[in-house]
Unconditional design. Sequence first.
Length: 64
Amino acid sequence: MNINKKLSSKEINERIKKVNGVMAQEGMPLTKEEKQILKNCIVGKTTHEKERQKIINYCKEIYG
């Protein structure tokens, strides 16, 4: 994927819709918060590495 390409809102929403569809087939549809995180990753406000680390840190706080 060319990360320098600007995506339209329609393209971004379409990507999120596809991910949500796959997750819903597995019985795990995305929440509004998860969709927002995906959008932030797509537009470059954050990265999947940063979001993954947030989850790891959260789990460490809970489970040690």
